[in-house]
Design a protein around this ligand. Structure first.
Ligand code: UD1
Length: 419
């Protein structure tokens, strides 16, 4: 089925203020975590993302009552006795594996289909499974189905992840929050979204310490209760709009964010020659002159430069003076925007982990296709800075992670509409 498209007339100056939504990568694990508390939680600042709606459908299928008003989602998980996530629901949301730890923690069993590869290449879950096995979960894998049952849980477990996987850290936290033992996660992911999940769980009565560091300690408690919680701001959405300002020589005030989570992004935009000014919960970006190339940008786990922002920065650097290099260290297949940007006149060579971007003076509008969420957003950014009309198709990918990107961008002067 052909989804809607975005039509963007480039070359308009971008100026104004944008209010940033709650973070996609936080709301999904937090919605999964509502399963554990067994009563009602009100989650505020839930952006209207297709991924969040998919998470709500999964919760309903497990027996939760879920209502959604504005940006508040209320989940009552008192009767959440379900232990199966259907294949259809698993495929609706790329990160649905985060339900595994929560369902196991709640009902002690879980059956779901193995998440296959995705647009970013294979998405292995070996670290999730290895850690859960260590924590006493019996897991069988049969014809793409994972069958998991909680066996004897160790009184204490000390788990060292071989890489700081965000999803594995979340699944271990979710599984260990209820129970009686102590779980230590070493080389844990330090992403702010992990601290946000810990923040929600702690408000529900969980005992978690060390969030934001690479050693997390979770002391299982016998029960959790519901609470009201506001999801942290979306740092990737904020970086996307910084890209929009940079490529259009515009100026934007991004409101409702936590600049401390964004130093690695802010420094790349500063290096391009943009003025980047963090205030309490805002960032002002001023890009009154054309951007220049940067030294090598390397994607790294937090606090390094986020892989999710890499395609956005690639789009901006495509129209810059000089040559930039990007090294993608996290995902195999994250240069999906490059061939589409080339259709718009960019000069980008990408091989393996490395992309070399020879900045050009002008990009030109073209029909292009989003092949994943952030590559899609990168094409929108490039189109804003291109001459003429760009048509971005496949935009259901963009809707996974942005609540009406066209509304935000038209409010600051962009000529963009959904058809
Ligand atoms: C999360 C984010 C995603 C972000 C990524 C890295 C969500 C919903 N998604 O994805 O937007 O780009 O973090 O910051 O929060 N790996 C393994 N084995 C595993 C698990 C991961 O080899 O069991 C590898 C992956 O292939 C990848 C790397 O570890 O190369 C990082 O993956 P991970 O941190 O787990 O990312 P996600 O949680 O999937």
């Amino acid at each position: 089925m052909e989804s809607s498209r975005l039509l963007i007339e480039g070359g308009r100056g971008i100026e104004g203020e944008i209010q940033i939504h709650g973070a996609k990568n936080s709301v999904l694990p937090i919605l999964a975590a509502t399963l554990l508390c067994g009563d009602t939680s009100c989650i505020h600042r839930c952006a209207g993302l297709s991924d969040a709606f998919a998470a709500m459908r999964i919760l309903r299928s497990l027996g939760c009552e879920v209502s959604h008003e504005g940006s508040t989602v209320t989940v009552n998980s008192a009767n959440a006795e379900g232990d199966i996530v259907s294949d259809g629901l698993m495929h609706e949301m790329r990160s649905s594996i985060v339900f595994l730890g929560a369902i196991l923690g709640r009902v002690g069993r879980c059956r779901l289909s193995f998440p296959g590869g995705c647009e970013l290449g294979p998405r292995p879950i070996d670290l999730h499974l290895e850690a859960l096995r260590w924590l006493g979960v019996k897991i069988t894998e049969d014809h793409g189905i994972l069958d998991c049952t909680v066996g004897v849980r160790p009184q204490s477990a000390d788990i060292t992840l071989s890489l700081p996987s965000v999803g594995a850290t979340e699944n271990i936290m979710l599984y260990s929050a209820l129970g009686s033992g102590e779980t230590v996660i070493r080389n844990a992911a330090r992403e702010p979204e992990i601290s946000d999940l810990a923040g929600y769980l702690i408000k529900c009565g969980a005992e978690i310490s060390g969030q934001g560091t690479s050693t997390l300690v979770i002391n299982g408690v016998s029960e959790l209760h519901g609470c009201e919680y506001s999801v942290m701001p979306d740092r990737i959405e904020a970086a996307t709009y910084m890209g929009a300002a940079a490529i259009t020589n515009g100026e934007l005030m991004l409101k409702g964010i936590n600049p401390a989570d964004m130093y690695s992004c802010m420094s790349v935009f500063s290096e391009m020659g943009c003025g980047v000014y963090p205030y309490d919960d805002k960032i002002f970006i001023s890009a009154r002159k054309p951007v220049s190339a940067v030294r090598t940008v390397r994607t790294m786990p937090y606090p390094g430069f986020p892989t999710d922002c890499q395609p956005i920065v690639m789009a901006v650097l495509a129209k810059s003076s000089g040559t930039s290099v990007i090294v993608e260290n996290i995902f195999e297949n994250r240069f999906m925007a490059a061939p589409e940007l080339r259709r718009m006149g960019a000069n980008i060579k990408a091989e393996g982990k490395v992309a070399i971007i020879e900045g050009v003076k002008k990009l030109y509008g073209a029909p292009v296709r989003a092949y994943d969420l952030r590559a899609g957003a990168a094409l929108v950014v490039a189109a804003l800075g291109a001459e003429g009309q760009t048509q971005v198709s496949n935009i259901h990918y963009i809707d996974w992670g942005y609540e009406s990107i066209e509304t935000a961008l038209s409010s600051v002067g962009a000529n963009i509409k959904r058809v």
